[in-house]
Design a binder for this molecule. Structure first.
Ligand code: TXD
Length: 309
């Protein structure tokens, strides 16, 4: 039987680490594509040279051409620019829209049945753009942010509760930015709601650390941004899709009235499988979280309006 094929566009920190995780978990063969000559080829060769040690039987090729991406089951888009000094968020959005738009055109024609997972920031807007440019059914185009934001939330809760991180289930909804919505009412430690375990002020401080989670890493690294947890997050989505598990994960998906949000992309929990989004799971949010989600979605909508499609 043919092994599944995953293309990762952008062989930078997130892209290359995602490729490595997919290979080592033997989820699929990988094509790693980047515009920088030699770089994806070098990283792919280096990863293959770890195969005798790690023992994986999956394979990776690095390339600067889209031809090798043909008939991918999943395309992960991590290509883009980081914000440079003097560049506004809007400038970055316009530049990355150009990059992501171009990539989607190339991959959609060669892999018309693929599922697209967008990672490039600003995440919600790039996911909407990828959907529009691909012409694909919205079930096959979604973005990664919620898995990461929820993992950060779970980790910070585990520190406070002095429990192993894997005992914590945490949920963050909304757009991937300052207005993201940690939902403590759906976050649990060993099955118990964290709202019963921690005082309100402590939870609010953890919510804020979660919202600032990306910036905290950027400040420490000084150049570049997070990639270990982001690549784990993408890999969890790839696994749910390829193994058709129906796992419920927070993702940036197209909404048609869920939570009162119409025809746009925003972070909510969804079940993933071979066809992409199987189902959007609408949680019964507290009135506080519901209002915060609405505000976050409004912000995404304003940013989408700035796109030239
Ligand atoms: O939660 C999330 N969604 C995020 C998003 C978590 C972490 C990182 N997030 C965003 O992912 C970040 O803000 C960036 O927009 C992307 C990629 O982050 P990464 O840290 O991997 O950036 P790098 O290391 O700069 O890699 C980007 C690569 C680089 O190698 C470029 O040469 C390549 O993208 N690039 C391209 N590849 C193919 N085609 C085109 N046109 C192209 N342009 C740049």
């Amino acid at each position: 039987m043919r092994k599944p094929k995953v293309t990762v566009v952008g062989a930078g920190f997130v892209g290359a680490t995602t490729a490595q995780r997919i290979l080592e978990k033997e989820l699929a063969d990988v094509v790693l594509m980047d515009v920088v000559e030699g770089m994806p080829q070098g990283k792919a060769l280096d990863m293959m040279e770890s195969a005798p040690i790690e023992g994986f039987s999956t394979a990776i090729v690095g390339t600067n051409s889209y031809d090798e991406t043909k008939d991918s089951d999943i395309v992960v888009i991590t290509a883009g620019l980081a914000r440079k000094p003097g560049m506004s968020r809007d400038d970055l959005q316009a530049k990355n829209a150009e990059i992501v738009g171009g990539i989607v055109g190339e991959v959609a024609s060669r892999s018309p049945k693929a599922i697209l997972i967008v990672v490039t920031n600003p995440l919600d807007i790039m996911t909407y753009l990828a959907w529009k440019k691909s012409g694909f059914n919205h079930r096959r185009v979604f973005g990664m942010a919620g898995v990461l934001d929820s993992a950060r939330y779970a980790y910070f809760l585990s520190l406070e509760l002095k429990m192993p991180p894997k005992e914590i289930e945490a949920v963050v909804l909304g757009g991937h930015g300052d207005l993201m919505v940690p939902a403590p009412e759906f976050s649990k430690a060993k099955g118990k709601p964290v709202t019963d375990l921690l005082p309100k002020e402590t939870i609010e401080a953890i919510n804020q650390r979660t919202r600032d989670g990306g910036a905290e890493i950027v400040t420490l690294l000084k150049t570049g941004s997070a990639y270990y947890a982001p690549s784990s997050s993408v890999t969890a989505m790839v696994e749910a899709i390829l193994e058709d598990t129906g796992r419920v994960l927070p993702c940036c998906v197209y909404l048609k009235g869920e939570y009162g949000i119409q025809e746009m992309y925003c972070g909510v929990t969804a079940s993933l499988g071979r066809e992409g989004v199987k189902k959007v799971i609408e949680l019964k949010l507290s009135s506080e979280s519901q209002a915060a989600l609405k505000q976050s979605a409004e912000h995404v909508k304003e940013q989408i309006a700035k796109l030239t499609l």
